[in-house]
Design a protein around this ligand. Structure first.
Ligand SMILES: NC(=O)c1ccc[n+]([C@@H]2O[C@H](COP(=O)([O-])OP(=O)(O)OC[C@H]3O[C@@H](n4cnc5c(N)ncnc54)[C@H](O)[C@@H]3O)[C@@H](O)[C@H]2O)c1
Length: 447
């Protein structure tokens, strides 16, 4: 990657260090020229757990990138990563060694949430472009620090809610922004599951032990505890490392809603939740509902249960005066509102002469005639199917495109912060049992 003076970052660091110049964090910003699509992007992967193995395969499917280094806190995951890369990815004992390796331009961070901020900021300050899994943050106040680090270092950072890169979500946005739905005042979004694996009770590999798992590495800044494989492999179930359903699932919903509506954050959030079913496995709730109000003039209801999946895992209903848009994982349906005024049951109780006069009134005849009383089922309905590549591959390709062109991605640090912040606001409201407010100037919760 070359800057305007024709030297790349590595050479710059070497020259300044050789000249005895101290390069402070504030000197890290680089104005970079776009790079050629033929330039290979060398990737280091920080955390190669379940999600990272999906990312790894997407990186391999995308052209022009190579995974040159991996690190993890469980030996089994490293073995599988070595196998999937045919031994080409070097195994690093610690993520800081990946950051120190000047061959590596770009890192993918897919560790538990409590590690995200530290790893993201250290990676940016080491000069790496960063793909980081959602949620960007473990706590609201971490967001502005990550955004500041992206700006200071002039790096690319993309957050990993892959739905935002799909054609179906772009189509949904186009339909909403065209005005076809009329005035949208309500969005209902849900994410539900009804299985142990859906509730994050994942199988623990039989070889897991303090010899194969680096427990201290996993804990990081989290409260000290003795080795516990359930916490290591099912970390989403515990507040120490995760925000439960909100940060795991609502964050995907909110990334999409903010994208569709060009919205920043809710002015108010109120939530309630409970742990009804999976009591022995967690300290986060398994059922949570929230109501958000946006200054643009609409409300969102968010709902998640691990007790029933209904007909699908969930999705969105975007409700306007002229129609509804139903967005699922791979389908989008527009259903026009078949509005008809029908006051028969009211005027039938009036004196007969007044009822007859009512239907002779030209104003009434415009809106209320027997022809409008006929149901118009499915008239004007439109439907679109997802097309193109799988969502994670599309998201990874978008990221590589941004790395090459030096344009910030659609799901940049600010976008990722705001989506994660809603999840944290939901949890704050649930824990504090009160409505919480967003401070738009400070990009954080109002205190
Ligand atoms: N975008 C999506 O659809 C999607 C899907 C699943 C998970 N995720 C996100 O991906 C991230 C990882 O989730 P997962 O399901 O893969 O969890 P996981 O437990 O399977 O993987 C996390 C990995 O991080 C490793 N790790 C922990 N501490 C480490 C450290 N200090 N250094 C290096 N490695 C360390 C662990 O050993 C583990 O292998 C989470 O942020 C999660 O929210 C996103």
């Amino acid at each position: 990657m070359r800057n305007r003076q024709g030297i790349n970052r590595r050479e710059f660091m070497q020259r300044t260090t050789a000249m005895g110049l101290a390069v402070g964090a504030s000197d890290l910003a680089f104005a970079e020229e776009p790079r050629s699509v033929n330039d290979k992007i060398n990737v280091g992967m920080i955390g190669v757990g379940a999600r990272a193995h999906e990312l790894l395969q997407a990186i391999q499917a995308a052209s022009g990138a190579e995974i040159v280094g991996v690190c993890d806190a469980y030996k089994g995951r490293l073995e599988r990563a070595a196998e999937r890369t045919s031994g080409r990815a070097r195994i690093y004992p610690d993520y800081r060694e990946i950051l120190a390796d000047k061959r590596i331009d770009t890192v993918f961070i897919a560790t538990p949430d409590h590690w995200h901020k530290t790893m993201a900021i250290e990676a940016l300050e080491a000069g790496k472009d960063v793909y980081i899994e959602k949620p960007l943050t473990y706590a609201i106040e971490e967001g502005p620090a990550i955004i500041a680090a992206v700006r200071k270092t002039n790096r690319i950072l993309q957050v990993g809610s892959q739905g935002i890169s799909t054609k179906i979500q772009h189509k949904a946005k186009e339909v909403i922004q065209s005005g076809k739905l009329g005035q949208v005042t309500m969005i209902r979004a849900s994410y539900n599951r009804n299985s142990a694996s859906g509730a994050w009770i994942y199988p623990i590999p039989p070889d897991a032990s303090p010899q194969t798992v680096d427990w201290e590495k996993f804990l990081g800044s989290a409260p000290k505890r003795p080795y516990d494989p359930a916490r290591f492999f099912r970390w989403r179930c515990y507040w120490d490392y995760s925000g439960g359903n909100s940060t795991d699932l609502f964050v995907h919903l909110m990334t999409t809603i903010h994208f569709l509506m060009n919205a920043k954050a809710p002015q108010t959030t109120v939530a309630n939740g409970a742990l009804y079913r999976w009591k022995d496995s967690r300290d986060v709730p398994d059922t949570i509902n929230a109501i958000l109000e946006y200054p643009e003039g609409f409300m969102v209801t968010l709902s998640s249960t691990f007790n029933n999946q209904g007909t699908s895992e969930g999705g969105f209903q975007i409700l306007g005066t002229e129609g509804s848009l139903i967005l699922g994982d791979s389908t989008l349906t527009f259903q026009p509102e078949n509005i008809h005024e029908d006051n028969r049951w009211i005027v039938e109780s009036w004196p007969r002469a007044l009822e007859e006069a009512y239907y002779k009134d030209p104003k009434v005849r415009k809106t209320e005639l027997p022809s409008s009383w006929e149901p118009r089922v499915n008239q004007g309905m439109e439907r679109w199917e997802q097309e193109g590549k799988e969502s994670t591959l599309q998201h990874v390709e978008h990221f590589f495109d941004c790395v090459r062109t030096r344009k910030q991605p659609v799901e940049d640090a600010l976008t990722g912060h705001r989506a994660a912040a809603v999840a944290h606001l939901v949890n704050l409201s649930y824990k504090q049992k009160k409505m919480v407010h967003w401070d738009f100037a400070k990009e954080t919760v109002k205190t």
